[in-house]
Design a protein around this ligand. Sequence first.
Ligand code: CS2
Length: 498
Amino acid sequence: MEKLKLNAQNLSQFTDRVAVPKYDRSKVKAGIIHVGIGGFHRAHQAFYTDQLLHTKGNENWGICGVALLDFDKKIYDTLKEQDGLYTLVVKELDGSLTKTIIGSIVEYLFAPENPKVVIEKMADEAIKIITLTITEGGYNYNEATKQFDFKNPLIQHDLENPSQPKTIFGYLTQSLKLRKAHNLKGLAIQSCDNIQGNGHVTKEMLLSFVEKAEPTLVDWIKSNVSFPNSMVDRITPVTSLLDISNLKETSRIDDAWPVVCEPFIQWVIEDDFITGRPAWEKVGAQFVKDVLPYEKMKLSLLNAGHSVLGILGALMGYDTIDEAVNNQNIRIFLNGYMDTEVTPVLGDLQGINLSTYKESLIQRFGNIYIKDQIERICFESSTKIPIFILPTVKKQLKENGSIEYAAFVIAAWSIYSLGLDENGKSLNINDAMAGVLHNKAMEAKDKPALFLEIETIFGGLKESAVFVKAFTSAYQNILKYGIEKSVIAINNNAVNKI
Ligand code: CS2
């Protein structure tokens, strides 16, 4: 088999190597703009959409991928070079690989190069939906105060230079203004990020910005734009060099940036698309009236579970999530956290068997083939912990429930923020707040509770004597006995609720 570069011209030659798009890509037009064409989007929404394009009548639901940040230049260049094509490699639980070339991204734009083109494309009548994966931090709000952060210099830039925006808020505002000026219909803006009420948050944050930037647009947005909430799920590790070379070796596909992921996939969406939507339900997505319970379940079990494994695992010197969860003591700890602290706050989740869901999470985390990087999980923890873990803590404190496990994880995070694992190896901390975290972690060495003074993360948590006590004792134990012994102690004490 000859090794070939992945692009439209060579596509037909891959047919007997892997699954390829069987629809005519030249007939597919973009009806969706997706902002943030990283691995997750390409393993999830672009995959669902590719499956749907195999059914006739969906030609107008192709995706135009927008790379918003300078940092995204590499993925933009790759997609451009490969005519939007890439290989999705699903790493099955038995170690086998299912490979599919995905064709749903039919256009791609690099915003920093030409903001005007992106604004005009977003205002194009053919575009009915703008979907977003801009990370939790991209929404520019503070989970503790729920307020839009006008102090962000990029937001200031967008207010001062409306036609040359840098943030999603500037782009959306300018394009919606254009739609209104051209008397066009509105559209749906759908967040696909891990935030509780992601549609509501998107709407509130956008309106906060628009009230300052273009006050006369506020009412138009309220009546012409919808913001469906959605819960998205598929574990998508960072593609490694080995993944790239394996694909070359085994299938002779020269793909500069394939995407690797787990077999599990889920998408639960609120059916609120003001100018129509693809029938994603035909390819497995679920449309429901109220997505919030699903989001809450996923964020507080899967994503929080990841953070628990990531922080404890990093301190123990592990590199991947499967290593952490396959340590029996950590697994027992995680199960204890999920059962004792998260399950009580979830309330009634109609139609969902929570025990099965939790069991499936342990299995997914334990998939030894996906090698999900602890570094990926700990990336930007300061935007994740407030969304994934702290809402559970607040609810438990209100109900006088247990907070021991969560307090332990936050204490471990404080020690992690010092920058060394237990073996003295330095940790690569990628976090916009790394400096603040490190300084507070240093202060906390003498008085652990000082770590909880980072208000933008913890809000008023430091006022809770119960939490401070559990946090302080966990902190001291970890320093004295090491992480694993302290985990065992918590596991053994599990029955003693606060
Ligand atoms: C992870 C998520 O970034 C994280 O902390 O928990 O990326 C997770 O893998 C996805 O949400 C899975 O759907």
